[in-house]
Design a binder for this molecule. Structure first.
Ligand code: ATR
Length: 285
């Protein structure tokens, strides 16, 4: 496998705030090499004040497309020319495609999350109960995926209650069979809700470097063995949150499989080629 960068090479990449530890460049560049495509995937570290300029720069530089990661998945929506129907309903975008200067936003997190549950931990979402920590752009994709697959109950805990309320308000009308409750991220209520839950998903950025020894769960005794505990962060592979969950006997999963599956879908949108899951997972295992 050999890469030729020349005048025909198309640029793709990822825009985020702290992307030094992102594995997306590795995954995408390996997929590019494997399939001998004229593409190159680059990291773009962008400050929030420059986000609009960076998005307009995609057009100016004729970049084929980008992934959008923490903390811009919601913020980027207003800078796009069009947002595909399901991403518009989710309210967050993790993939942008540039078609001759026209930027369209997609959300491949939804399918990436579903696939990680189905293929990596064989978890069936239908009729289950979930507790979600966080109500940002990533949480929106995860909650939408759970609702689409017929989850019975979702309890969203977030530091800023208003953001959780907005998710409930946006999603409830489309999923009348599922209940959505919202709570501030405090200990009261957590015990009771976690005891009832089958899956606990932490979508917060608390635990990302440099805050790797922080967790949004006030007391590790709240974990219980029947839970599937999911943390979207994959660097480090086992954060304090996942280590505590594992110690309690819970089954754990980090964000790596989801990163790969959402990446495959984004790759397809840019290149028209869809690598196999097994092949892409091999890159990071
Ligand atoms: P992303 O697009 O990756 O979801 P985001 O939209 O900035 O990023 O969301 C980050 C989430 O982590 C939010 O739910 C945020 O809580 P707030 O809505 O209250 O901001 C949560 N988060 C970040 N730092 C946190 C902290 N120190 N304690 C608790 N929650 C935190």
């Amino acid at each position: 496998m050999k890469r030729d960068i020349n005048g025909k090479t198309k640029i793709i990449g990822v825009i985020g705030k702290n992307i030094e530890n992102s594995l997306s460049p590795l995954i995408h560049n390996q997929m590019i090499l494997k399939h001998s495509l004229h593409f190159c995937y680059l990291p773009f570290q962008v400050a929030e004040t420059d986000l609009n300029k960076a998005i307009q720069g995609i057009k100016a530089l004729n970049i084929r497309g980008v992934n959008i990661t923490f903390p811009y998945k919601e913020k980027v929506v207003k800078f796009l020319d069009e947002v595909e129907e399901s991403a518009r309903r989710v309210g967050s975008v993790n993939t942008i495609v540039n078609n001759k200067g026209f930027l369209t936003g997609y959300n491949t997190d939804v399918i990436g999350f579903k696939r990680s549950l189905q293929e990596d931990v064989e978890f069936v979402i239908k009729k289950k109960k979930a507790v979600i920590f966080g109500a940002g752009g990533a949480a929106r994709g995860i909650i939408f995926a759970l609702l689409e697959e017929g989850i019975e109950e979702i309890c969203i805990f977030n530091r800023t209650l208003e953001k959780a309320k907005k998710i409930k308000q946006d999603f409830s009308p489309f999923f009348p069979e599922s209940s959505i409750d919202v709570f501030p991220l405090k200990e009261e209520n957590l015990k009771n809700k976690i005891e009832r839950a089958h899956i606990l998903v932490n979508t917060t950025s608390l635990g990302m470097p440099p805050q790797i020894d922080k967790t949004p769960l006030p007391d590790e005794k709240l974990f219980q063995p029947n839970l599937l505990v999911y943390y979207l962060i994959y660097h480090p592979a086992k954060t304090l949150f996942l280590r505590q969950a594992e110690k309690s006997g819970a089954k754990i999963i980090n964000g790596l499989p989801m990163l790969v599956y959402q990446g495959i879908e984004s790759f397809y949108l840019w290149t028209g080629l869809k690598p196999e899951g097994k092949e892409a997972l091999k890159i990071i295992r």
